[in-house]
Design a protein around this ligand. Sequence first.
Ligand SMILES: O=CC(=O)O
Length: 328
Amino acid sequence: MEGEELPWLLVNEIGGIRGILHSHVPFLKKHFHLITMKEFLENRKDVGKKVQAIYLWWHKPVIDKELLQSLPNLKVIANSGVGMDHLDLKLIASFGVKMANAPRAVSSTTADTGMALLLASARRLVEVHNISISPSMDYCEADILGVKVAGATLGIIGMGRIGYKIAVRAKAFEMNILYHNRTRRKVQEEQAVGATYCKKIDSLLQQADFVMLVVSLTPQTHKLIGKRELELMKPTATLINISRGAVVDQEALVAALQTGVIRAAALDVTSPEPLPRDHALLKLKNVIITPHLGIKTDKATYMITEEAVENILAALNGLPLPSEVLPS
Ligand SMILES: O=CC(=O)O
């Protein structure tokens, strides 16, 4: 049978909403015998023993104790993204299974998503698109006035790989850059992008015209931005979230947007995803929502699969994983 000598890799499905992309299959098949969750569930006992690796695509399949118990020879789980907040890392490690993410593949594209949201919100792209395609095409200048990006101050919360790439982009757009991070970046790195460190988030929130959230979701960052923080922001400021929905207190955000506490929000992430169709955020004109667009480009998704394969092969060969994630 084709690929029988290759290690068995479990994926959620091929194609579909939560399946790996068809275009990645030939590459994966060079290295692995692919098996989908459906095939696994049909023959759990025989297939379970053979699976050595799982490739998670958009957080699927769900990794729980029952699945881990059914895969006695599982060595590694590779995630198709950088955030691991959907995984119980301690549980997985307790089964002796290694984990990896894909930081190299995601950073530029996710930074592009952040800048795209910033620009779209600043220039009200969605609203003006709707005006442009409306039958009457009636508008006055006030309907399409945006806010100027050059010279505005961007506050980046979370200056890891993605945050830094946002700073690189924002510099090219002539923005002033503030950032907050658990650890301060090297002075040379700050100077290269003209970024100023804010030890306290509050001071960044008070000064920024655009606040971009790029932190991982952890118990410390859960609802990091709530009513108090929104009230510290300028009434003319925009909140952009490309991290995780739960980093923001969504009820407080709705209230802030409805009452003009802040000007606008641009959200690539919400809690939950997608939002229920009657959610208040979906009714606001000063909000742009994208469906966790993050890394979704042709090249970045392919690179993620390459990075995952590299990690899985390393784990199966007993080598150090290039992007291993350990439970904290
Ligand atoms: O959300 C995207 C990622 O975790 O990389």
